[in-house]
Ligand binder design. Structure first.
Ligand SMILES: Cc1cc2nc3c(=O)[nH]c(=O)nc-3n(C[C@H](O)[C@H](O)[C@H](O)COP(=O)(O)OP(=O)(O)OC[C@H]3O[C@@H](n4cnc5c(N)ncnc54)[C@H](O)[C@@H]3O)c2cc1C
Length: 351
């Protein structure tokens, strides 16, 4: 198939490789990335043998050309060539093994609440964790699979009278994504009560790592540096009356709804907190609240969020991010860094 879209400029390729916290679109080796980027704009052929081996994996849902707009909270994104949903962790392990053996690139997706997917979609496979849904509670230890939503987990913990994750109840992602990002809110972070996580290495080996070994820092973890996949995690919690936990969760929910655009599609905070500042305040003081490009707008409720007002494209969002970065840099000399992962093929990147 002929390339309908020109190859990315060399500079973009170099940027993709050198910038540590960039959204490199696939888990895999740099040679893979180069190979994939050379096929810019083309759907990836799925080897027939891989296709039939995947069909034989028990407990695996397979779709082709699945639109990512349906799987991301920003509600943008074109098709993934292959969309895989393991229903149990054994199927996840088998899928990684098969994709690795064919050097077929893949990207792991949880709740899609911290990603912006390209309009042209993703070449290769997207593996969704959303069907990994087990929760086990034993005393003050709770073990949860990667695809469980934080809100559901916190609800179960509240019922069981277990405290520690109340702060996370309103973060609209999965446990896997929360560990990958070391998600946090209202003074709490995942690292505060995570005991250990079972992970798969990029080569497909299973390991249990302690919270310390996971190197959880502000919106960063070992998972990001080493392309590890979280399968499940154990949390050390403490007893607290259910009614108190539920009341705290309700209070935090009300605070969130009062200050954040929860009723509009977004990917959460657009930029990381720069040292000594709040990104939202810098953006607001640059006069950008309500500023829009196409369907993407700086939220008029909280300038730290870009919202999809309906029909936004990923391109609108990237253009808006670039303009915000430029205006904030001109006014304050602060360089903002994107918080969401940018996945797939973009002409420009806001780094
Ligand atoms: C309205 C709104 C409010 C938000 N508020 C907050 C907040 O208060 N605090 C906060 O920290 N974040 C917040 N976020 C951002 C987001 O919800 C968190 O970063 C969340 O932890 C992402 O989880 P996810 O499952 O949606 O991950 P995804 O968006 O699906 O993925 C994010 C990254 O994690 C990786 N990943 C996902 N699952 C796994 C896994 N099992 N193993 C390895 N890697 C994995 C993906 O490959 C990707 O690189 C908010 C987002 C929205 C839309």
């Amino acid at each position: 198939m002929a390339n309908s879209i020109s190859e990315p400029p060399v500079i973009l390729l170099v940027l993709l490789i050198i910038a540590g916290d960039l959204a490199i679109p696939y888990t895999g080796m740099i040679s893979e990335i180069i190979k994939t980027i050379k096929n810019w704009g083309e759907r990836m052929e799925i080897p027939e043998k891989l296709s039939s081996e995947l069909k034989n994996v028990s407990g695996l849902k397979i779709r082709r050309n699945e639109p990512l707009a349906s799987h991301t909270t920003m509600e943008v994104g074109g098709p993934a060539d292959l969309f895989l949903q393991p229903m149990k962790s054994q199927a996840m392990t088998a899928v990684i093994d098969k994709l690795n053996s064919y050097q077929f690139p893949y990207f792991l997706l949880g709740g899609g609440s911290n990603v912006i997917a390209a309009d042209r979609g993703i070449r290769g496979a997207v593996i969704s964790t959303r069907k990994l849904q087990q929760i086990k509670i034993q005393g003050e230890l709770a073990t949860v699979e990667a695809g469980v939503l934080l809100s559901d987990f916190c609800q179960e913990l509240a019922e069981a009278g277990l405290s520690g994750l109340e702060f996370a109840s309103g973060i609209p992602g999965t446990l896997g994504g929360a560990i990958y990002m070391n998600a946090g809110a209202y003074g709490g972070e995942i690292k505060d009560c995570l005991q250990s996580a079972e992970v798969l290495t990029a080569e497909g080996w299973s390991q249990t790592l302690t919270a310390e070994e996971l190197e959880l820092e502000y919106r960063s973890s070992l998972l990001q540096q080493q392309n590890l996949i979280a399968l499940s995690a154990s949390f050390k919690l403490r007893k607290r009356p259910s009614s108190e936990i539920k009341a705290e969760i309700q209070g935090l929910k009300a605070r969130r709804w009062a200050s954040q655009p929860m009723d509009q599609p977004s990917a959460g905070s657009t930029f990381k907190r720069p040292p000594g500042h709040y990104a939202g305040s810098l953006i607001e003081e640059s006069g950008l609240k309500g500023y829009r490009i196409g369907g993407a707008m700086v939220s008029s409720k909280h300038a730290g969020f870009i919202v999809n007002t309906g029909g936004a494209t990923a391109r609108d969002i990237i253009e808006l991010m670039l303009e915000i970065k430029e205006k904030v840099y001109q006014k304050f000399g602060v360089r903002l860094k994107p918080e969401p992962r940018l996945i797939g093929e973009f002409d420009k990147l806001p780094y």
